[in-house]
Structure formats: C-alpha cells, structure tokens
Design a protein around this ligand. Structure first.
Ligand code: 2P0
Length: 330
C-alpha cells in the first residue's frame, strides 16, 4: 500500500456508511515546538522524524459539508472559490479520495477564524476539520488515530490538529504510514502563553513543501537534524511533564533555529527571515539576558511566535505593542 487511495480504501473498507445530510466540524491551528522538516515519503506525507506541537483553539477552521447532486462547490470564508484556484484544486483532489457512486459531489463550506493578519497557516486545521466533517457526514465512526492518518494525507502537520493540546506526531517506520499519526499527550499547561508577532503576511516565495524537499536533498546540516529532533523530543516531553518553562522554551527555540540553519545551508539557500525578524530575535535575547523568561519559535516564514508564561504577559505586551496573545489551554 503506497498511495493515498489505497490507504483510504483500507481505512474505510470495514465501515458501513450511514450518511447524514450535513455535518459540521472544528479543528484547531497547531504550532510545532519540535518541527516536522523533511519527508521519507512525499506521496503519503510521511516524516523523517517525529514532531511535537500545541494546538491554539479557538483559532482554527470550521467546516460544514453536505452531499449534493451536481459538481463540487467550495466556499472559503463565505466566498465561492473558482475550481481553478489552488485552494479548490487541493481540496477537490483530496475529496476525490472519498467518492463513491452514491456520494459523488460535495458542498464544502470552510471558515477560518484565524485573523489573516496573524500569519498563521490554516492548512493543518483545514484538512483536520475536513476529515472530521467527512467522518461525521458518512457516519464512519473512525478513531482519532484513523482521522489523524487521513488528515496527514492532506497535509502532514494536519495530523497534529485532530485533538486539542500537546500532540506528538510519531514518525513511524511502516512504508504504508499506518503507524504515523498524532497522539495527544495527557498534560495541560494553563499558564502557557503564545504571542504572535506578525512581520509579513505576504505569500511566501517558496512553500514549506518545496523548502523541506530542497533542504532534505541538499543541506549538509540536515544530516544532524534527526539527532537534534531525538534530543529535543526527550527534553520537550520532560519539560511539559515537569512544567519546566526554561527547558521548554530553550528547547523549542533551539529546535526552530536548528531548522532554519538547515534551510540556510541548502542550495539554493532557503531563508525566510526578514530584517525585522532579526531585530525582534535580538530584542528577545536581550530581554532574556536581563532576566525575562521569554523564548520564541518560527515556522516556514518570517513571523515570530513568542513563548512565555501568564505571569509575564503584561511585561511582554508592553515590550511588543502588536503582539496577539493566545492561551492554548483556555
Ligand atoms: C511544522 N511546518 O512542524 C513545520 C515547521 C513548517 C515549519 O509542517 O507538505 O504544510 O503538507 O506535509 O504540513 C508545514 O508543512 O507540509 C509544516 P505538507 P505542511 O509545523
């Protein structure tokens, strides 16, 4: 089993469908603290390494889906999308995996409540919400593991958005990826805060999908990435279990910087930082030297996500006027 259709068929084989008219589901955005960067299988979105993230509900995607008679209809934030848009094409290609004679066309209405200006990606929450809505619509009753596997086929990081909280995506070793899915960690951390600093919302010149492929193929530093991840996964899980914020922040920041270092040593080089990104990173390091427990992480883009605790929220809001503070465990 090495293609998406075979995986979907295998997961749905024993399911008796009892479809309803309409279904609606929510999935949260997630931010990786130990990143997913590089694939062992590009078709199935199987990662080279495990990763660990935290979800940011209530920020995420609400998706309503129904079966209709003629041709798919796709709405994004209340606007109908032309079939030729990249958004529609990606979504319809994913729906193709689930069509039968009886369930042929879908109306998909997707709403992201993530402010566009936040610079947070919505593809993970989008595919996770879609898979959950499909499951409800058809009455398949899939487990969270099966939902996570299906979401991963849409976009790798979507497998970490099925459940809410700290989620570990275990890389797995099987060629069919049946052991590669997100697992919810039991711990919650109510005092944890994330602060989004949006530096640019321009579409990136190079997608993370392309960037991770160039990095894995050409970066000499990428050889050390699996070792970095192994260490960071252990430290992060310990930090979360003990609510050790310094260990947590240091590990997440180091992991993000290591990921960006692997990109910079690719050829052609991949560099998402802007001058303002550098300025803010230096400001964070200075504030930390002065005693403020503040760390950051970054994804495949120039925006910075601050990591801090509730007791320092006021100080951080006064230092960073435009910060949007998120409480992951509300
Ligand atoms: C992550 N990123 O762990 C990493 C860190 C970006 C930087 O997962 O090709 O959209 O659909 O599997 O999941 C973004 O990559 O890539 C991502 P595909 P995806 O959050």
């Amino acid at each position: 089993m090495r293609n998406k259709q075979e995986i979907v068929n295998a997961l749905l084989a024993a399911r008796s469908a009892s479809p309803s008219k309409q279904a609606c589901s929510f999935a949260p955005v997630n931010i990786a603290l130990c990143k997913y960067w590089g694939k062992r299988d590009a078709e199935l979105n199987l990662p080279n390494t495990s990763s660990l993230s935290v979800t940011l509900a209530p920020l995420g995607t609400n998706t309503t889906i129904s079966l209709i008679d003629q041709a798919d209809v796709v709405l994004l934030n209340c606007r109908e999308q032309q079939a030729s848009t990249p958004f529609s094409r990606k979504l319809v290609a994913f729906l193709d995996l689930f069509r039968t004679k009886e369930n042929f066309y879908y109306l998909v209405d997707t709403e992201n409540n993530i402010p566009t200006a936040a610079g947070l990606a919505s593809s993970a929450s989008g595919f996770a919400a879609l898979v959950k809505a499909l499951d409800q619509l058809h009455g398949w009753n899939l487990s969270t593991i099966e939902l996570s596997i299906l979401a991963r086929l849409g976009s790798g990081s979507a497998c970490r958005s099925i459940e809410e909280g700290f989620v570990e995506w275990q890389a797995g070793t099987r060629p069919d990826g049946m052991d590669s899915y997100g697992i919810l960690l039991p711990e919650r951390w109510p005092d944890l805060r994330l602060g989004v600093l949006t530096i640019s919302t321009q579409e990136k010149a190079i997608s993370s999908r392309q960037a991770m492929s160039i990095t894995a193929a050409t970066s000499t530093l990428y050889e050390s990435w699996p070792r970095q991840v192994s260490k960071d996964m252990v430290s992060l899980k310990k930090a979360i279990a003990e609510q050790n914020f310094d260990l947590f922040g240091e590990t997440a920041e180091r992991n993000a910087l290591a990921m960006h270092a692997t990109m910079l040593s690719s050829w052609p080089p991949v560099f998402y930082w802007l001058s303002q990104t550098v300025e803010i990173a230096q400001k964070i390091w200075k504030l930390r030297e002065e005693g403020l427990p503040l760390f950051f992480t970054m994804d495949a883009g120039p925006n910075i996500k601050l990591l801090f605790l509730q007791k320092n929220q006021q100080e951080i809001e006064s230092q960073f006027k435009d910060v949007k503070v998120i409480t992951p465990f509300n």
